[in-house]
Write a protein of this length. Structure first.
Length: 139
């Protein structure tokens, strides 16, 4: 399952995704990964959640992001959920276009089914500007 959390800056997406990850850490029987573009949220996460910092704009495209995720999954088959805070800050572009977002979701859906891992991804944009495929996956 791939879920998105969309909204403008300052709407509380980071706080919500951290709360979700921390709640999940208390009940899951597998490992959790939290990917962020900086370390400011590291102290708010449960100690059992693996934190991965990607510098701002470190990845050039959604394809590189998907490859990065596959690399993480190849090292640990017990990962049950990957949380990504601020996808638009992780990629080089300030904003990922809708076509790339739909393609990325399709790739992550496939990975989710094969690897039995869920994804929750926050993005900085208005929900109304998203394509229908992404809107239906928004929480």
């Amino acid at each position: 399952m791939v879920q998105f959390m969309a909204g403008l800056k300052g709407e509380g997406k980071s706080r919500k995704i951290i709360e979700m990850a921390n709640q999940d850490a208390t009940v899951t029987d597998g490992h959790l990964v939290f990917i962020d573009d900086d370390k400011r949220n590291i102290h708010g996460l449960h100690r059992d959640i693996r934190f991965v910092e990607l510098g701002k704009g470190e990845l050039a495209s959604y394809r590189e992001f998907v490859g990065f995720v596959m690399g993480i999954l190849s090292q640990n088959s017990d990962i049950k959920h990957i949380y990504v805070d601020g996808l638009t800050g992780i990629l080089k572009k300030d904003d990922i276009d809708n076509d790339a977002l739909v393609k990325m979701k399709a790739r992550l859906d496939g990975i989710s089914k094969v690897e039995h891992v869920d994804f929750t991804i926050s993005i900085h944009c208005e929900v109304d500007s998203l394509p229908e495929e992404i809107k239906t996956a928004c929480i």
